[in-house]
Design a protein around this ligand. Structure first.
Ligand SMILES: *Cc1c(COP(=O)(O)O)cnc(C)c1O
Length: 452
């Protein structure tokens, strides 16, 4: 084999090396040489070649590797129908939020700088007044995600003390967020009360003692308890707490800012309702129903917010300027737009009806059929899509899909084929489905097939 340096010199003479660092080229050449050596050892390469042609072969492979090298994170076509797909990055940002991120990325900003006094400012003040206006809360703050918001609230207000939670609300959201585990990490002690299906007023009352720091309610986002059930409503819990001087906090999860029922969608709890019902603090996600960037929002009483801000954990969990830029722009849509549902993509996608989706499915079917050779069978069918991320779990939304089958290729193999074209659908029954709820422009299918 020629030496790495020899191969490197061959690569450096060629056009693929232009503008690339020596360290990077060396790594690529090393990998190409290792690969070739392994092939020669395995007898899969005619090794009577001379050193110069082996060096040329390594250089050619390195050139191909450079051409194929791209970032790990790439844009995908989400044809799962799941509007808030955690594995695919949840909410798509609204256009003004995208512009705000770009601007903040390009420039210095008044992240923690008071333009009037020239003194140090508070990054929370960027979105605090908007959050207060939208929720009716006295004060608000923002951290990295809702899990962080719950952790910060419990650690600040209940470390070393008890937090009373109904057994029906000890949920796991998936991706390792479990209320008992977050509680343990926060340093608070979980005091479970009631049963899985029924928890009563007296269960809370009897559990309250000198060590009780908080009463907590958790929205069971991704499942429902139905049948013989009973829970203590937030208003009632707040009244119990008020009598005994104990605060009630609520983890809402998705937390809607506007009433979705107004748009024909299933109702999700409103943050404003929880504040009005007496929650001292409410935590919710920025990238679920709100449709903004990943963030954990905390709204509630000013005196408690001051304690959260004084906790060193707050510094560790804070958001950067890009997140705050996107969040502010998204909240401004809620405050100012005449048609929030149309401007926030998450809400826009949720509201689409099968009637609107059908022509998109027809067009998508056409585009894909033109690009699939062989005996693929494509049909436009009715389906049901999920919102995802524990929002509106029980209620699927009626949708329309392009369903693809093949007599000799399994649905899983078809799914893999589409994944290579960066189109993510879902396998259901004996077919591969492309759900149009999350597709606004069917031309996306054309672009991706070309790059296959
Ligand atoms: C989604 C959810 C969380 C976690 O929120 P992230 O923003 O994903 O960290 C916590 N609690 C509830 C009730 C949720 O639905």
């Amino acid at each position: 084999m020629p030496s790495i340096d020899e191969c490197l010199r061959t690569v450096e003479r060629g056009p693929p090396a232009k503008g690339l660092s020596r360290a990077y080229l060396k790594r690529v050449v090393q990998r190409a040489a290792d690969e070739l050596r392994a092939e020669i050892t395995a007898g899969r390469y005619a090794f009577d070649a001379d050193r110069a042609s082996l060096a040329a072969e390594v250089a050619a492979r390195a050139g191909r590797a450079i051409a194929a090298d791209e970032p790990v994170m790439k844009p995908l076509v989400n044809a799962t129908g799941v509007v808030l797909h955690t594995n695919l990055g949840r909410a798509i940002l609204a256009e003004p939020a995208i512009e705000a991120v770009e601007q903040a990325a390009r420039s210095a900003v008044n992240l923690e700088f008071d333009l009037e006094t020239g003194e140090r400012g508070d990054r929370d003040s960027i979105v605090e007044s908007e959050l207060c206006a939208l929720t009716g809360a006295e004060a608000a703050t923002v951290v990295n995600n809702n899990a962080a918001a719950v952790l910060l609230v419990l650690n600040t207000l209940a470390m070393g003390r008890e937090v009373i939670v109904s057994r029906g609300e000890l949920i796991e959201i998936g991706g390792s967020f479990r209320i008992p585990d977050v509680m343990a990490r926060s340093g608070a002690r979980l005091r479970e009360v009631g049963t899985t299906n029924r928890t009563h007023r007296n269960d809370y009352v009897n559990a309250i003692g000198p060590d009780t720091a908080l009463l907590m309610k958790v929205h069971p986002s991704n499942y429902r308890i139905v049948g013989f059930t009973s829970e203590v409503r937030l208003e009632e819990l707040a009244a119990i707490g008020r009598d005994r001087g104990i605060d009630v906090v609520e983890d809402l999860g998705a937390g809607a800012l506007i009433d979705l029922a107004r748009f024909g969608l299933p109702r999700e709890p409103l943050v404003a309702d929880s504040i009005a019902a007496g929650a001292a603090l409410v935590t919710f996600s920025g990238d679920k129903l709100l449709g903004g960037p990943q963030a954990g929002l905390i709204a509630g009483r000013r005196s408690l917010m001051a304690k959260l801000k004084a906790n060193p954990l707050k510094r560790a969990l804070r958001c950067d300027k890009l997140t705050l830029a996107a969040l502010e722009a998204t909240l401004r849509i809620y405050l100012r737009s005449g048609d929030v549902v149309d401007e926030v993509p998450t809400l826009r996608l949720m509201r689409r009806t099968p009637g609107e989706l059908r022509p998109i499915a027809e067009r998508a079917r056409q585009i894909i059929a033109e690009r699939l050779a062989g005996e693929f069978k494509l049909e436009v069918t009715e389906t049901v899509s999920e919102i995802g991320s524990g929002s509106l779990p029980a209620e699927g939304l009626p949708s329309v899909a392009v369903t693809i089958t093949h007599p000799a290729i399994s649905p899983n193999e078809i799914a893999a084929m589409f994944r290579r074209a960066r189109i993510i659908g879902r396998v259901s029954g004996d077919a591969f489905h492309l759900d149009m709820r999350t597709i606004e422009d069917p031309a996306a299918f054309a672009v991706n097939f070309k790059s296959q």
